[in-house]
Design a protein around this ligand. Structure first.
Ligand code: ATP
Length: 136
């Protein structure tokens, strides 16, 4: 099956409802990790210099761990993006009330989950989390 990369962000983890979002996806691998600030900055490198970069990377690395996942499903990248909804949870609540970001996120920053936006990003992000030197 095709796969994508998903991240469960600290806001849902602290709510204890992280299992609820994965309905309908097969979990090929998962890993709960506490990112360092450098890892967070590296993961979100494409946003370096943007006004939210510092807040985003310190949030992702400092509050609580995240869960990194490889999800499998027919048309996985598209299906997960569809399931999570718009980036901004406020917009998601208006436009896609059944989406994960509508149900579990708060705003444009605290938005519960991440999903790769293309097959190429999915492979890069899977490698980032699952090709560690210690092979875990
Ligand atoms: P993700 O990459 O997490 O799936 P996305 O692809 O929908 O989200 P991006 O534009 O790549 O959105 O932004 C990455 C993350 O940065 C968002 O998920 C959100 O947490 C944060 N972010 C994006 N835009 C803003 C903003 N304007 N203000 C605050 N935080 C933002």
């Amino acid at each position: 099956l095709p796969r994508t990369f998903a991240m469960i962000k600290p806001d849902i983890i602290s709510s204890g409802r992280e299992e609820e979002v994965l309905n309908g996806f097969n979990i090929a691998a998962q890993k709960k990790i506490h990112l360092t600030i450098d890892e967070a900055k590296s993961f979100y490198k494409e946003h370096e210099g943007k006004p939210f970069y510092e807040t985003l990377t310190s949030w992702i690395s400092s509050c609580s761990p995240i869960i990194a996942l490889i999800l499998e499903k027919e048309d996985a990248v598209q299906a997960w993006r569809q399931a999570i909804g718009p980036t901004n949870s406020i917009k998601a609540k208006e436009e896609a009330p059944d989406s994960i970001r509508a149900m579990f996120g708060t705003d444009g920053s605290l938005n519960a989950v991440h999903g790769s936006d293309s097959l190429e990003s999915a492979e890069r992000e899977i490698n980032f989390f699952f090709s560690t030197p210690n092979g875990s």
